[in-house]
Design a protein around this ligand. Structure first.
Ligand code: ATP
Ligand code: MG
Length: 402
């Protein structure tokens, strides 16, 4: 619609990070680095901070849509726009805007000006009137300051201006990496990928840990974990997935622990293993997709007994959500179609239909006393397979799935 030859920048606005006081340069540096990584395979000439915003300069081979897709997956961005550069001379600037508006019509418009450099001789409302007047004279559109069809944004920098039409919402949140690292226990289910994504949104880099029972069960759950890790890597560019063999442990638990207590014992073993991986990765917390009351294993009593085995904090970002809310989020994220691929979850095979809903810690600890816990944990960690993921470059071949 708009001349691609002139509108070859994307202006990115960050919001929350602008508030972070002394840490601001560090947050901004991280956001710029994340954006550069996100567009590394595209024809982007520069990603640079510029007086309170970030400019992405597109080369001729980059389409706006593909770059926009990457921007939409970079946390820390409040909104962004496809923009052109103009001069500070308001006649020239208005002509350039009019040229880029050719072919566009609207019922009403307004001009919204921000001065990044307050030394500019006119105030923002004055510039709005000057530019708006010229556009109205040329096109005859009505001015509507409240609910304009088209908002023409002008940003005045020190020696040049940006202009753009409308704004697109960014994903919000904080740049991934600014909040440290967490380890997410990621099954192939619906909840845990959504939990991981929420932590990324708050600036956490997420390491994934998946427990599987191959070769007792099929490889399906591992393939799902890989696909989910690859999907989520689009939001953090680099991920590590730990595939932990859990079948032996489950067989030992089946031999030693009464049926109703097994789910809680499995989960506590998962916590211990995940915590060792977390320490190796210098991660500061564990994350699960647990929700109060969603299934029998997720009562307050059971959550407490499961969480108490960890010495790191255990975060459950979905704790108060309904299943349909989580499902809607999974659909938006794109994880839902992967999560619903049938698999044999490691915990369903060895779990009786009547799990205990009110685990008591002393009872669980007594049941665990007959197991060689340290040895089981050490062996599982030792046999863990590590896979690395990168986005834009995705290393595994989805086509080779068996
Ligand atoms: P999800 O959709 O995340 O699987 P769920 O409702 O099926 O959740 P549970 O199966 O009870 O819930 O699992 C609770 C949490 O325990 C999961 O959200 C996940 O964090 C962790 N978890 C369960 N099974 C595994 C697994 N095989 N590998 C890694 N983490 C797991
Ligand atoms: Mg599950």
């Amino acid at each position: 619609m708009v001349g691609r030859d002139t509108m070859n920048s994307i202006v990115v606005h960050y919001q929350e990070i602008a508030l972070k006081g002394k840490n601001r340069p560090w947050f901004l540096g991280r956001l710029v680095r994340n954006l550069r990584g996100a567009v590394a395979d595209l024809d982007v000439r520069a990603v640079r901070p510029l007086m309170g915003r970030i400019e992405i300069v597109l080369g001729p081979a980059a389409t706006r849509e593909e770059v926009g897709e990457r921007v939409r997956r970079t946390f820390g961005i409040a909104n962004f726009s496809y923009a052109a550069r103009g001069t500070l001379d308001l006649d020239e600037l208005s002509s350039a805007i009019l040229r880029d508006l050719e072919g566009r019509t609207c019922r009403s418009f307004r001009v919204s000006v921000r001065r990044a450099d307050k030394r500019y001789p006119l105030t923002s409302p004055q510039v709005e009137r000057e530019v708006g007047g010229r556009i109205q004279a040329a096109r005859g559109w009505a001015v509507d300051l409240e609910e304009a069809d088209l908002v023409i944004h002008v940003e005045l920098l020190t020696s040049e201006a940006f202009y753009f039409f409308g704004k697109e919402r960014g994903p919000g949140g904080l740049p991934v990496g600014t909040a440290g690292r967490v380890v997410c226990l990621m099954s192939g289910g619906i909840d845990s990928p959504v939990a991981a994504h929420r932590m990324m949104k708050r600036g956490c880099a997420v390491t994934f840990v998946h427990f599987h029972s191959y070769p007792i069960l099929s490889r399906a759950s591992q393939e799902k974990a890989r696909e989910l890790a690859a999907l989520l890597t689009q939001w953090q560019q680099r991920s590590r997935l730990y595939l932990v063999p859990f079948g032996d442990i489950q067989q030992q638990v089946v031999l030693a622990v009464p049926g109703p207590m097994r789910v809680v014992v499995y989960r506590r073993l998962m916590m211990r293993i995940a915590e060792q991986i977390a320490r190796a990765r210098a991660a500061q917390a564990l994350v699960t997709g647990e929700v109060v009351g969603q299934v029998a294993s997720q009562t307050l009593e059971n959550l407490a007994v499961i969480g108490s085995v960890a010495t790191l904090p255990v975060f459950r970002p979905l704790i108060g959500m309904d299943k349909d809310e989580i499902t809607a989020e999974a659909i938006r994220l794109g994880s839902y179609p992967i999560s619903i691929i049938p698999d044999q979850d490691c915990c369903t095979l060895f779990t009786p239909r009547n799990p205990q809903t009110r685990a008591r810690l002393p009872q669980i600890e007594a049941a665990e006393a007959v197991l060689p816990i340290q040895e089981l944990v050490a062996r599982a960690v030792g046999e863990t397979v590590v896979e690395d993921f990168r986005f834009p470059v995705v290393p595994f071949d989805v086509a080779s799935r068996t």
